[in-house]
Design a binder for this molecule. Structure first.
Ligand code: CUA
Length: 342
């Protein structure tokens, strides 16, 4: 190995270690968690407020620290012998400086408070009535997402990847399915808790099509750090296409895999149009339209599906998914079946 390739490989190793330390898998790092840029009408004013408050806070720290340092070097030099008393005061109280300091701080704080109240009032409700309402139930450890509609035939459930129409506000109804979680997609909106026994309503909007990563922001158990969520903003036409597709039952290949899936997995997972109708785990009707599995933890592909299905406890210890007793050949059939769910 020459020096350049050694350097390259050590860089790759250290960036992998960094990604591991930050809890990023390769698929997730494709859309990193960003919280200092906004991507919609709700987040944009909050990001401006964040920067404004940050600049005020940093200025206060820098100015006060500088004055303390200046004060240290300009302190009166008096030499005092042991047992001797000395008057260190200059005879002036310095009250003027205190009044000036309090005045400046008061104005800065007042501006911050007024700005915060104005921004919070501005983002409280969307400008227009949202056409799309999602019911999001946070569970240990995934996000169940139900697309609501006055027409029951238009309702469906998916998980972890939320498609929304770009340029339109979307109403969210947040529910805690077991413990308290917190729904946070920082580029689109601030955090909102998902609490058992109540529905918390909020909204968000993505200005442009794209993928926006989110994360559970309230400690909710062993796999809290692996409770990611991805919001994918589509053009309104593509969103409609996606919704219509989700309503369909997946095309069923006549295979052993389908029967094995119903027998082993159907009590917890749903696949539309089959006897698999469990609601404990994520709805898998269109599993392969999602880019990740296990709440954004692993890229969704054949090897990872096998790894996850055969030994979920080694992938996400503490997860409610039990280790199924499935032979190698049956596992292969189930994996094939899962990969057919488009
Ligand atoms: Cu769910 Cu933390």
């Amino acid at each position: 190995m020459n020096a350049a390739s050694k350097l390259r490989s050590s860089f790759t190793i250290s960036s992998n270690v960094l990604a591991l330390l930050l809890g990023l898998s390769s698929s997730v790092s494709a859309a990193p968690l960003q919280y200092l840029t906004g991507a919609g009408t709700k987040a944009a004013p909050v990001v401006v407020l964040t920067w404004a408050v940050l600049i005020v806070a940093i200025s206060v720290v820098v100015i006060i620290s500088s004055l303390v340092i200046v004060g240290y070097f300009r302190r009166p030099r008096v030499s005092v012998q042991p047992g001797e008393r000395s008057d260190v005061g200059s005879g002036q109280t310095g009250l003027n400086w205190i009044l000036i300091g309090v005045g400046i701080s008061g104005v800065a704080l007042l501006c911050t408070i007024v700005g915060t109240v104005l921004v919070l009032a501005d983002v409280e409700t969307p400008g227009i009535r949202p056409a799309v309402t999602l019911e999001i139930t946070a569970r240990q450890w995934f996000w169940e997402v139900r697309y609501l509609s006055p027409n029951p035939a238009q309702i469906f459930t998916t998980a972890n990847e939320i498609h929304i129409p770009a340029g339109e506000p979307v109403r969210l109804k947040l529910i805690g399915g077991d413990v308290i979680h917190s729904f946070w997609v920082p580029q689109l909106a601030g955090k909102m808790d998902a609490i058992p026994g109540q529905i918390n309503e909020t909204w968000f909007e993505a200005a442009a099509p794209g993928a926006y990563r989110g994360q559970c922001a309230e400690y909710c158990g062993a796999q809290h750090a692996h409770m990611g969520v991805m919001v994918i903003a589509d053009t309104p036409a593509n969103f409609k296409k996606w919704w219509d597709h989700q309503l369909q039952s997946p095309t069923q290949p006549a295979s052993d895999g389908a029967q094995l899936f119903e027998a082993h997995c159907g009590a917890c997972h749903t696949v539309r149009g089959t006897d698999a109708a469990g609601t404990k785990g994520p709805d898998l009707s269109h599993l392969m339209t999602r880019s990740t599995i296990a709440a954004g933890f692993l890229p969704n592909n054949g090897p990872n599906l096998v790894r996850w299905v055969s030994d979920p406890q080694s992938v996400k210890p503490g997860s409610l998914m039990p280790t199924p007793q499935i032979s190698g050949a049956d596992l292969k059939s189930i994996d094939d079946y899962l990969q057919s769910l488009h």
